[in-house]
Ligand binder design. Structure first.
Ligand SMILES: C[S@@+](CC[C@H](N)C(=O)[O-])C[C@H]1O[C@@H](n2cnc3c(N)ncnc32)[C@H](O)[C@@H]1O
Length: 258
């Protein structure tokens, strides 16, 4: 508890003084890339990562995804997940996709790149209301670690009563890297301050269904697919349409419902 408090204060302080480092801190990441060239953003939607792939693998086993289903991507950036879905043989056509993000550059890019293939809306996921249409699946990938608090955001998503809620979050072990990863509109750094176990506890307290967890870290993924080689992550896959409260750690396939 004391160590967590110390880490939290340390990160808050370093965020306030914007870290004295020779490295420039970029917090308007998509705006900066858009300024470089639109190709810099297009390049970023070509990639994928472990959390996205594993989440899709689990989604394949859900009955709801046999037919057209709706999906809300919270903190969608320029549509990285939209692009991954488009390349997927099962999900290329049957997803009714909505993406929300605070970045004007990212949302503008997504609107033109995926015209007719989804709804993209610019909003602040911490302070604004999320779209209220019913969503079968809500996902939030690599975003909570850039926000001032994850509990309110998770509660906001769960209030929309999705059948599946997917959340992945990352930590990096290199302090300078952590401090440069500022994606939120305020430019503050929240990387590495939300322990995976605390996030699980909050999910467990608020979800009656099954929660599947897959952790991943150095060595288990292609280091080229992300910027920093030293990182770890956790994927929480929550199935809310069953009373089964099973929790499985590091399970590659969720048990079937039968
Ligand atoms: C590391 S990127 C992840 C993008 C995407 N979800 C993915 O899976 O690749 C973090 C995203 O969160 C967005 N973000 C951070 N804070 C936000 C906020 N308060 N409101 C809306 N979007 C936010 C950023 O603009 C950025 O697109």
């Amino acid at each position: 508890m004391l160590v967590r408090l110390k880490n939290f204060v340390k990160h808050q302080l370093s965020a306030q003084i914007k870290i004295r480092t020779k490295h420039k801190i970029y917090y308007r990441q998509w705006e900066r890339r858009a300024q470089e060239s639109i190709e810099a953003i297009r390049e970023s939607i070509k990639g994928t990562n472990y959390a996205k792939e594993q989440a899709l693998q689990w989604l394949v086993s859900e009955k709801i995804t046999n037919h057209s289903f709706s999906l809300l991507d919270v903190g969608c950036g320029p549509g990285l997940m939209r692009a991954v879905l488009e390349r997927h043989p099962l999900f290329a056509t049957n997803v009714r996709y909505t993406g929300v993000d605070q970045s004007e550059a990212a949302i503008n890019f997504a609107k033109s790149e995926f015209a007719g293939k989804g709804v993209f809306q610019r909003l602040d996921i911490e302070y604004d209301e999320l779209p209220t249409n019913p969503f079968d699946v809500i996902m939030i990938n690599g975003v909570i670690e850039h926000t001032g608090g994850y509990k309110k955001l998770i509660d906001k998503c769960l209030k929309l009563k999705p059948k599946i809620f997917i959340l992945s979050t990352f930590a990096v072990t290199h302090r300078v890297s952590a401090n440069r990863l500022r994606w939120n509109p305020s430019g503050d750094c929240f990387m590495n301050i939300y322990p995976f176990a605390d996030i699980y506890k909050h999910l467990r307290e608020n979800i009656d269904g099954a929660i599947f967890i897959s952790t991943f870290g150095p060595g288990k993924y292609n280091p080229e697919d992300y910027w920093f080689p030293h990182r770890g992550g956790c994927l929480f896959y929550c199935r809310l349409y069953t009373e089964n409260r099973l929790m499985v750690t590091d399970q590659k396939n969720p048990p079937s419902l039968d």
